[in-house]
Design a protein around this ligand. Sequence first.
Ligand SMILES: [Fe+2]
Length: 217
Amino acid sequence: MADAIVHPSAPLVSGANAPETGVVGSVGIARERVAAALSAAIGLRDPYTVGHMQRVADLACAIGSELGCSETEVSVLRIGACLHDIGKLHIPLEVLTSPAPLSPLEYDVLKQHAHAGRAVVGCVGFDRGVDDAVLQHHERLDGSGYPDGLRGTAIAFEARIVAVADVVEAMSSPRPYRAALGVPAALREIERGRGRLYDPDVVDVCLHLFFTTTFRF
Ligand SMILES: [Fe+2]
């Protein structure tokens, strides 16, 4: 269980967004600790989800850095990705851990985690990008995603990055109802959906990270 909890000494935010002193620094550190506490809360109930969120955060931040994001933008991405599935606190465990593929009704219940998560992080006053990543990470460029069927650049930049990182990590890892499909299958999926489901620039950078750098989960 200890592995599932983000220890307060392991900051979610680093660099220019978290100075040590002053009012701004205190607010940044307080938000960082709130983010760690929220992550720990979901880890107590659902260790798989918190591990998934941390791996998604690693990939999302690597993508953001490759795309030229500032340290502050990468910090926002890290918090948003670390909390993107926080709304699963609202979803019954029997749905989250179902050993069988979900029924249409169960899938409708699962979809509620996007709005539930936005309601939780919205209480904290994080950067807007955090809220968007949590609410919109299942939106798809062609409008086929949820919860709002947003299209194209109506989907926030942070959410378009977390969406790709989320798919790659989820397919690469085992689930209660299936074995891991593996990183190659996950990369084929984002390549197939490039420009239709997933932001093409984000896909290109993600493929670059796995094929030509040392990035690994
Ligand atoms: Fe999700």
